[in-house]
Design a protein. Structure first.
Length: 90
């Protein structure tokens, strides 16, 4: 008689606990880098006069000038915010 009550109780407890355990996937999704964040990344890396920021070919592309007046082109990864390419021209 005891097994007849125990088995359904354990099954219900397992089914109720499953959605709670599945909701804890920390770090699985990184929010995309916004236009403002791409601008901030460029400024932190020395671009003081931003000419253009655009999302092209799956990356943020930033064009501008640094403090020395050199032309800067930068490509930023849209999920991580890492600089994939940074070129300075005289």
């Amino acid at each position: 008689m005891r097994n007849w009550i125990t088995v359904p109780t354990v099954m219900c407890a397992c089914l109720l606990a499953t959605p709670l355990a599945m909701a804890q996937n920390v770090g699985a999704y990184a929010p995309p880098v916004s236009w403002d964040q791409a601008q901030e990344i460029a400024v932190v890396n020395g671009v003081i006069a931003i000419r253009k920021i655009e999302f092209d070919d799956g990356n943020w592309k930033v064009e501008g000038r640094d403090r020395a007046g050199r032309r800067v082109e930068m490509r930023i990864h849209p999920r991580t915010g890492e600089i994939e390419q940074l070129e300075r021209y005289d």
